[in-house]
Design a binder for this molecule. Structure first.
Ligand code: NAP
Length: 344
């Protein structure tokens, strides 16, 4: 039952500020759920769309936001796995669909059952924070870097394979460190020194402070690396990663934002980009998608077996612009900002 007028944080155009105003309440179609949004995990891609840095071809005004937790209030035909009243977390992929009805920053949003998990007794905030990048980290590590999945009995040989996670205190990196460590790999995490203990507590065997001039030498000494993931990085970091890979004879790294303009990588070093949500919308990956959302994530939430970054709740939709501004200004470290669309 939707007993409230739907309200959304509308993005009127690239470069414009968010405006909170009414929206019509969407009707779920085939395989879709209508969810009352309780916690939206705010992600960097959102302010980058506002800035025009991520050139998604969107029809404006639109409603942004992908990952949210809440309660199912209506199901469409063909929904088999969820019912009204279920507590869930989901990725609506609204930006890729170019469909404001799937935007997270509204009181009632649509999503699909394929990219939805039940959250049991987990808090909406933790579920949204964890799910916001777990999906990307696991497809990065397994589909793109070809590492093994987490296992209760990992191959002992994996301990001899070193995995470099640059940006290990980011939401994406924190998930990646935990996933790689639970697959038995030797994880080296890179972040600001203040986050050393956090990164080690997630399962990294070694930590390198990215702000130290000695970081490059320290990483070269720790290598060679079997796989390199730049979960959060900059052009300058990519020069360092290039030098580390060159020192081990070449190789490639996967960057969540791709090789930056102006970066020249050494001979034998390449940078790869992937849009991880695409992996989940590709019918060829249907089994993988089902495993991630209906098994792995649900088990991790039910058993409280994975750490989400600490959450900071800013308030209702009127705080969404503030959340985007904080991310844009780099004023968040090792935390996930949360908006609660139904509190106002
Ligand atoms: N390609 C895709 O499909 C995809 C999907 C999801 C996310 N992304 C991208 O992945 C990146 C990470 O997203 P997120 O949600 O995890 O971000 P986030 O948690 O908001 O990132 C904040 C963290 O980034 C770290 N950081 C900032 N600049 C850094 C740098 N130059 N080197 C290393 N760490 C740095 C900071 O760590 P310290 O304070 O410890 O320095 C901070 O803790 C974003 O650029 C996002 O747009 C891409």
């Amino acid at each position: 039952m939707t007993d409230r007028q739907n309200i959304a944080a509308w993005l009127p155009a690239v470069g414009a500020k968010l405006e909170v105003r009414p929206a019509s309440t969407p009707e779920p179609g085939h395989g879709e759920l209508l969810v009352q949004t309780k916690a939206v995990a705010i992600q960097p891609a959102e302010y980058k769309i506002q800035d025009g840095v991520l050139p998604f071809p969107l029809t404006y005004p639109t409603i942004i936001g992908l990952c949210f937790a809440g309660t199912v209030v209506k199901i469409g035909p063909g929904v088999t796995r969820f019912q009204v009243g279920d507590r869930v977390v989901t990725n609506s992929a609204g930006t890729l669909r170019n469909d404001a009805r799937f935007g997270a920053l509204q009181r009632y949003a649509l999503t699909t059952q394929q990219l939805t998990a039940k959250i049991g007794n987990a808090s909406f905030e933790k579920a949204a924070a964890l799910a916001s990048n777990l999906y990307g980290a696991i497809s990065a590590l397994t589909l793109h870097l070809h590492l093994e999945k987490p296992s209760s009995t990992p191959d002992p040989l994996n301990k001899s394979k070193k995995i470099l996670v640059w940006g290990a205190s980011s939401s994406f990196g924190a998930s990646a460190v935990q996933i790689a460590a639970s697959a038995g790999y030797f994880v080296v995490g890179v972040a600001s020194g203040s986050n050393a203990e956090l990164v080690k507590s997630l399962g990294a065997s070694e930590f390198v402070d990215r702000t130290q001039v000695s970081a490059t030498d320290a990483l070269i000494a720790l290598g060679p690396f079997h796989a390199v993931l730049a979960a959060a990085d900059s052009a300058r970091d990519q020069d360092t990663i290039g030098a580390v890979l060159a020192a081990q004879g070449g190789g490639s790294f996967l960057s969540t934002m791709g090789v930056r303009a102006g970066v020249t990588l050494p001979d034998g070093v390449t940078g790869i980009f992937a849009q991880f949500l695409d992996d989940y919308l590709d019918p060829a990956n249907a089994d993988f998608t089902r495993w991630v959302w209906w098994e792995f994530l649900e088990q991790k939430l039910a058993g409280d077996e994975m750490h989400a970054l600490p959450t900071r709740v800013l308030g209702g939709l009127s705080h969404a612009q503030e959340a985007w501004d904080l991310l844009r200004q780099g004023k968040t470290s090792a935390e996930r900002l949360i908006i609660q669309p139904n509190v106002e």
